[in-house]
Design a protein around this ligand. Structure first.
Ligand code: PMP
Length: 322
């Protein structure tokens, strides 16, 4: 679907996957007006397919668009585009269980020019790719690196938007994490480098027995849809689920004392992944003997069962596509 100033959204079409041709002076290549989303379509045991919370993705896409001075795509158009891609050939949605069809809606400026200002033309596209189980050999805890030299987002910045620049800025810290032997980066707040915010592509949860805490939305971390869904699911399973502030000192101290029983990360790609070893310039520790925790696995099972249609959906989150 195209957007042109004065005309709005027009020319929606479903076309075979193909390369785009880009002008060297395309404004996106220079000024990075680009936003995206990620969501999944699952096949239920009865063969029907459904996407998980596309309205939440559509709304977050609008928030991202406003922050990047881009036109807002109406939620019904966002959802219709995702629906069209899935229903075009439902066979694209893999068999069942943890497999899914990953959808990647994105929008970028298509105007040609070198002046720095919001572009007057944009293109919104959705592409799809089958996604296998994230942990084909069984759920394994990830190791994380606490990034103290770099920050992902600052107050007033684009941290709460899903825009390419945030990911570009994070790559150097990911390289650092890999060099330290870690799988993922944990981002801290930009002012004190102390408050835990999120991971590279996932939000975090801290489990204290039956109390589970996720870092509050400060404006500099992404409001994850999995994070939001888990606040509800966890409460319905009898946990005290809340948003709060966790510092790196709390994390180290409570892991050592045993008060912090589990830590896990959550997002569309991995659903839920346990966090095992935590490493920083000041030390290293391993949560829960390196085994996935009970609460982590229970929540993971509950969310996956809902998404894959193995369990009922009391929240109306699954968008049925027949
Ligand atoms: N944080 C970041 C930086 C992400 O890229 C993602 C993935 N979209 C998440 C958190 C998790 O968000 P969601 O649950 O909506 O996938």
């Amino acid at each position: 679907v195209k957007w042109t100033e004065g005309r709005g959204w027009h020319d929606a079409e479903l076309v075979p996957y193909a390369p785009l041709s880009i002008d060297p002076a395309n404004m996106t290549l220079h000024y990075a007006q680009t936003i995206f989303e990620g969501l999944k379509a699952y096949r239920r045991p009865d063969g029907t397919v459904a996407t998980f919370r596309p309205l939440a993705n559509a709304e977050r896409f609008q928030t991202s668009a406003r922050r990047l001075a881009m036109p807002e795509l109406p939620t019904d158009l966002f959802i219709a585009a995702c629906d069209a891609l899935v229903t075009h050939d439902k066979e694209w949605v893999p068999a069942h269980g943890e497999q899914s069809l990953y959808l990647r809606p994105f929008m970028f400026a298509t105007e040609v020019g070198l002046g720095v200002r919001p572009a007057s033309e944009y293109l919104f596209i959705v592409i799809a790719s089958p996604a296998g189980a994230y942990f084909p050999g069984g759920v394994k805890p990830v190791s994380v690196w606490l990034s103290e030299d770099y920050v992902r987002a600052v107050k007033g910045g684009t941290g709460a938007a899903k825009t390419g620049g945030n990911y570009a800025a994070s790559l150097v810290a990911q390289k650092e994490a890999a060099a330290e032997g870690c799988d993922q980066v944990v981002w801290l707040d930009a002012v004190e480098h102390r408050w835990v915010e999120e991971m590279g592509g996932m939000n975090l949860y801290f489990v204290y027995g039956d109390r589970i805490v996720t870092p509050e939305l400060t404006g500099s971390l992404l409001p994850g849809i999995t994070r939001d869904s888990l606040l509800t699911i966890a409460r319905d399973l009898g946990y005290h689920a809340e948003e709060g502030r966790i510092s790196t000192e709390d994390w180290a101290r409570d892991a050592a004392s045993g008060a912090l029983t589990e830590v896990f990360a959550c997002g569309t790609a991995a659903v839920i992944t346990p966090v095992g070893t935590v490493k920083s310039r000041r030390g290293e520790w391993t949560q829960g003997a390196g085994e996935p925790g009970e609460v982590t696995m229970r929540l993971r099972g509950a969310l996956l069962a809902l998404q894959s249609g193995a369990a009922p959906d009391p929240y109306g989150w699954m968008h049925d596509l027949g």
